[in-house]
Design a protein around this ligand. Structure first.
Ligand SMILES: [Zn+2]
Length: 248
């Protein structure tokens, strides 16, 4: 067996991607040594940056692909994805699948009207399967999950705070004009529709019957919604999010 020759490449990451690099790599140029046939994707991910977080790549100043094989002496520029533009219709109404440690984010995004597949019992295998089969965007904090080859659409949520995570996702996918609060079931993700009071009255408590006349019901799980104290609390949350988005 012949020993493989050591090769060297230089990588330059846009500072926005420093989040994924360890402290010693957060600099203008990273020298990396490798042996054998290594794709650009492999070298980038070996430093901790999932391919879903990578936009334009240049090798020796020429446009390149993640699947390109790195050659000795290559100089690789790695950029973050371009911000999504409002008029880019391909990104309109994106649908998400949300990793099981981000339950609050799923709840908040549904509250704002976004289609979020969330099931706290899903393992990585099934999260990846749903992402690919249903062409959803995977939201996770697990960068290793995003490194799976099959996953092309994902986003690594940076913040640990659910309300800031919501802002991140809205900004990353330019969703601020697509917010439609209170149109989706918080339990099961299906859409709500207005219902006449008599059709649901048997399921309501006496005080609810007394004080409320407008009701909505989930088309799937039949959960009933009305503008009670939870509604006020959620409205304040939405106002807070909108104010933060307007200041961003
Ligand atoms: Zn439901």
């Amino acid at each position: 067996m012949t020993e493989l020759i050591e090769q060297k490449a230089s990588l330059h990451f846009e500072p926005y991607l420093y989040f994924f690099l360890n402290q010693t790599h957060r600099k203008e140029e990273i020298q990396i040594f490798f042996k054998g046939r290594q794709s650009v994707k492999h070298l980038i991910e070996s430093l901790g940056v999932p391919h879903t977080e990578v936009g334009r790549i240049l090798i020796n100043s020429l446009p390149a692909q993640l699947s390109d094989i790195t050659r000795d002496g290559d100089d690789i520029d790695v950029h973050a994805p371009q911000p999504v533009l409002q008029h880019d219709t391909s990104e309109l109404n994106p649908t998400f699948v949300i990793d099981n440690h981000l339950g609050k984010l799923a709840h908040y995004l549904r509250l704002l009207g976004f289609d979020c597949y969330y099931d706290s019992t899903l393992d990585d295998e099934n999260l990846a399967k749903i992402t690919v089969e249903e062409e959803r965007i995977l939201l996770t904090r697990d960068r290793h999950l995003l490194m799976r080859k099959a996953i092309n659409t994902g986003y690594c949520v940076r913040s640990l705070q659910p309300d800031l995570q919501v802002i991140e996702v809205i900004e990353r996918f330019a969703l601020s004009r697509q917010i439609r609060p209170f149109c989706r079931c918080l339990n099961c993700n299906h859409l709500l529709h207005g219902v006449e009071k008599p059709t649901v009255i048997d399921h309501l408590l006496p005080l609810t019957i007394k004080y409320f006349d407008e009701f909505y019901q989930c088309t799937h799980c039949k959960q009933i919604y009305w503008r009670g104290s939870h509604y006020d609390k959620m409205s304040r949350f939405i106002e807070k999010i909108m104010a933060q988005l307007n200041h961003a």
